[in-house]
Every structure is written in structure tokens, then in C-alpha cells.
Design a protein around this ligand. Structure first.
Ligand code: SF4
Length: 374
């Protein structure tokens, strides 16, 4: 079975002020040409994928007939054992689209709830409200989705810890199996970043954001969602296989504008512009805009940096068989430093040291840990 396929749908109804993903406003004619271009690429694929993930942008913003057409094209690329996820936003997840997804073999839905506080949603530039978010989750479950994930954002300006606790509590009462919690980041070239620089937005203090994160780890665990990666929490057996593949630095194929593919240390990124992508597919031109081939040592270090984000951390034996390198040799100085800073700890089986993983403090400073390993 081939590992993973990612398909990017770069359309949104309206741009959220904090978002730096590549997406453009939805237009039927552009989307129609884009789906045709994607289908031409899909036809070249062979075999059954272990995981398929259609992300965006907002995949559910596209017209229902286009959505059905795209999914029809993927029929031969998945079977009952494929984890097939589609990202959805509450405002565009109609009953009809839910039926199309279900009848096409999609078995996991990742819904961009982001918050259950109307004011926070509106400040973030989202076009749904708490009520429609809850309705979208409940409707998806009622119609037959058994594996629903929701994305939540914490640490927005003007947000109180109390509000975060309330919405987190509320979200765990929904029929879901997975929660991804992301702290708000101020990305360059977003309207939010401009507001930050202009002084009209004042970020929360780091200590408050850290407390919100720690609260999520503890509270979600009490509610049955165990943390298995820095930002990811799942009920038993519901970890996202597609993302686990990324964190093992395993190969994946990316289709669509700005999508990235990775295989044997080579990372290739497609052209970002949607119209350029369509033009190139139609003209049988190259789609790759940039490409880099990592040498084996850099690839091994990258594997260490991404795998360390998972709660299970890195087993030395696994790392050796995956990369051909001894983690304790190639990361000797970094591991010593991270252990001394109390960010990571050794994993043991009886008296034998078998690997390393993040400590509680390490989860708070996961970017520091990853950078040290690169
Ligand atoms: S819906 Fe998602 S992808 Fe689209 S602008 Fe908002 S955050 Fe970005």
C-alpha cells in the first residue's frame, strides 16, 4: 500500500485575518477548471493509498457537483482500509455535501470549528458562529460520520482563560473523536500581523497562553482525548494516521497548487498560483516550482525533529532502522543540552534506555526542541 496522498483545494469563501495558507476567493469557473486539472493528475496515480487527505483552503466550499466529481476520480485510489479525511468548514458543510462525502468513501471529517465563542470567531474573521459550528458537527455525526475531528484555536488577543475553559468543555460534549488545538500565531503578511504592528491588537502574555495549553492537555485527557502529538488529542484508536505519517517523515504525494511531495529526501513544491497550475497541467508543463534533495544526515535530523513532536518520542532502534543513523551519535550535543534543560527525558524498558521523548516542559517549548535537533 502506498503511504499518503494530499490534495490541496485552495479556495475559501473569505480570507481569515490570521491565515497565511495559500487560498483565493471561491469562483465556480476557476474551481471547475482546477478540479479537471486535479483529475488529470489523479489519473496518473496507481495503487491504493493508506491515507488520503483533502485539505485547504476549504474543500467543502466547492460546488457539490465538483466535489462529487473529484471524489469519484479517487474511487480506485482507496479501499475500506484507507483513512480518507476531508477538511470542512461549518458554513459550507451542507447535508447534501455530507452525503456526497459519505457515499464516496470519506470516513474522517476534520471540521474547522476554531472556537465556540461568537465574538472570538468574529474577531478572527471567521464567517460561522458557534451555533452553526455545533450544528455542523452534530449533523455530520447523525448522517453517519464516525470519526470527526475539530480544530480549535486558543491564545487570541482579548481572550480570557475562563472563556477558553468554557469552550473546551463544550467542544468535548460534541460527538467527536479528535481535537487539534493550535495557539494563535501572528504570521507575517497577514492582516493580523499588520494590526499587531499598528498596535491595535495586543497579544496575550506567553504565560497565559502556556497555561491555556496546559489546561487543554489536562482537561482533554480527563474527557478521554489523550495527547499524542504537540497539538493533537484523540480518543483511543483515533489518532490521525495521515499526520502520523508526516511525523515519521515518511513519503507522501501532494497534488494541487502549492502542494508538497516528499520521497527519499526529495521535497518538491508545486507552483502556488491556481491559474498558473491549471495552465501548466493543460499545457503538460512542469508543475514543480521548487525542489530540494536532502543529504542522508540532514534527512535523519529532520526525522528526529518531527518525530520528537509525538508523545511516544523516538525509539533508538526505530530511528536506526528508519534512517541508518544512531540518534545518540548524530544528536549527541543536542540531546545532552535538551536533557540538561529538562525539555526531554530518556525512555526506559526496565533498566535499559530505549529512546527519548518530550517532558511536560518540552511540549511547551517544542519548537526549541525541534530546532535543536535540526
Ligand atoms: S478558512 Fe481556513 S484556509 Fe481559508 S482563510 Fe480561513 S483559516 Fe485560511
Amino acid at each position: 500500500m502506498i503511504p499518503s496522498l494530499y490534495i490541496h483545494i485552495p479556495f475559501c469563501r473569505k480570507k481569515c485575518i490570521y491565515c497565511d495558507f495559500y487560498s483565493i476567493p471561491y469562483k465556480d469557473d476557476v474551481a471547475s477548471a482546477y478540479i479537471d486539472a486535479l483529475l488529470e493528475q489523479i489519473e496518473k496515480l496507481e495503487g491504493i493509498f493508506n491515507t488520503i487527505y483533502i485539505g485547504g483552503g476549504t474543500p467543502t466550499v466547492i460546488d457539490k457537483s465538483l466535489l462529487a466529481k473529484l471524489l469519484q476520480g479517487l474511487k480506485g485510489r482507496c479501499d475500506g482500509s484507507t483513512e480518507f479525511t476531508v477538511e470542512a468548514n461549518p458554513e459550507s458543510l451542507s447535508e447534501e455535501k455530507i452525503s456526497i462525502l459519505l457515499s464516496s468513501g470519506v470516513n474522517r471529517l476534520s471540521i474547522g470549528v476554531q472556537s465556540l465563542k461568537d465574538q472570538k470567531l468574529s474577531r478572527l474573521g471567521r464567517i460561522h458562529n458557534a451555533e452553526s459550528a455545533k450544528k455542523a458537527v452534530i449533523l455530520s455525526s447523525k448522517k453517519g460520520f464516525k470519526n470527526i475531528s475539530v480544530d480549535m484555536i486558543y491564545g487570541a488577543w482579548n481572550e480570557s482563560e475562563e472563556e477558553w475553559k468554557e469552550e473546551l468543555e463544550e467542544v468535548t460534549k460534541l460527538p467527536i473523536d479528535h481535537v487539534s488545538c493550535y495557539s494563535l500565531t501572528y504570521e507575517k503578511e497577514t492582516p493580523l500581523f499588520t494590526a499587531l504592528e499598528g498596535g491595535s491588537v495586543e497579544p496575550l502574555e506567553d504565560d497565559i497562553v502556556a497555561r491555556m495549553y496546559e489546561y487543554a492537555i489536562d482537561r482533554l485527557s480527563v474527557r478521554g482525548f489523550k495527547q499524542y502529538e504537540v497539538s493533537s488529542f484523540a480518543r483511543e484508536g483515533r489518532q490521525c494516521r495521515h499526520n502520523l505519517n508526516y511525523w515519521e517523515n515518511s513519503p507522501y504525494t501532494g497534488l494541487g497548487a502549492s502542494a508538497v511531495s516528499y520521497s527519499e529526501g526529495r521535497r518538491e513544491e508545486n507552483v502556488r498560483d491556481v491559474r498558473d497550475y491549471i495552465k501548466r497541467v493543460n499545457g503538460a508543463e512542469a508543475l514543480v516550482a521548487s525542489s530540494e534533495k536532502l543529504p542522508p544526515l540532514a534527512m535523519a535530523k529532520e526525522t528526529a525533529a518531527v518525530k520528537m513532536r509525538t508523545r511516544e518520542g523516538i525509539d533508538f532502534g526505530w530511528f536506526m532502522s528508519k534512517t541508518g543513523f544512531d540518534l545518540q551519535v548524530i544528536e549527541k550535543a543536542a540531546l545532552k543540552d535538551l536533557l540538561e534543560k529538562d525539555l526531554i527525558k530518556y525512555k526506559k524498558d526496565k533498566d535499559f534506555v530505549t529512546g527519548v521523548c518530550l517532558k511536560r516542559k518540552g511540549f511547551l517549548f517544542c519548537d526549541t526542541v525541534s530546532s535543536a535537533l535540526l
